[in-house]
Every structure is written in structure tokens, then in C-alpha cells.
Design a binder for this molecule. Structure first.
Ligand SMILES: [Zn+2]
Length: 111
């Protein structure tokens, strides 16, 4: 194989939370197309509409003011992070690299 394989595809469909092993559905968000864990159980009070497209992929959509209700083929769920905050760790910014002061800036010897 001439090229190394890229990172594996994001999970999509029924699965488990890697932290608490709860039953979740890996969906792709409609807005940013990023993987998102949705609780497997339907929740009438949820704010996320989940649908399965014709290829069997799961998509999630936040309810918005323009589209406040679930539409054809959609079911209401809650995002897993909303109900299990311990499964969410915000991204930690990388600490700034220490400046290396051993380097001597070269000077212009001739002008
Ligand atoms: Zn979890």
C-alpha cells in the first residue's frame, strides 16, 4: 500500500460511550458534520432530532426557532453530554512552548 491509511472513520450508528459505556447513537451533526453522541433512548423533552438517511447513516439536528419540531422520520433525543456531563472534558489548550534563549541572533557583519 503506497499510502498509510488515514485515521479511521468516525463511528456512526448505535454504540457505546467510551467513558461510561452507556448506550448512545453516534450521529453526524447537521450543522458542522462532526460526530456527536446522542442518548439511545428517545426523550420527548429532548432538543435534538435524530434521523436515519437512506444509506443508514445517523444524523442529528438541533431544534431551532425556524424548525422547532421534529419532522418526518425524526425522533427527539437528548445529547449524551447533556445528561452525563462527566463524559465531557473541554479541550485543554496547549501550554506555550518555552522560548529557547540559547540561540544567538546572527548579526550583519558587513553593511
Ligand atoms: Zn458517557
Amino acid at each position: 500500500m503506497p499510502y498509510p491509511t488515514a485515521r479511521p472513520p468516525a463511528p456512526n450508528g448505535p454504540g457505546n460511550c467510551p467513558r461510561c459505556l452507556a448506550d448512545v447513537i453516534w450521529c453526524t451533526t447537521a450543522k458542522n458534520r462532526v460526530p456527536q453522541m446522542i442518548n439511545a433512548d428517545r426523550d420527548a423533552a429532548g432538543n435534538t432530532a435524530v434521523r436515519v438517511d437512506h444509506l443508514g447513516r445517523y444524523h442529528s439536528r438541533q431544534l431551532t426557532q425556524e424548525r422547532p419540531t421534529p419532522e418526518a422520520g425524526e425522533n427527539l433525543h437528548k445529547p449524551h453530554i447533556a445528561t452525563s456531563p462527566t463524559c465531557f472534558t473541554p479541550r485543554q489548550p496547549r501550554p506555550p512552548a518555552p522560548r529557547d534563549r540559547r540561540v544567538i541572533r546572527p548579526t550583519r557583519w558587513q553593511r
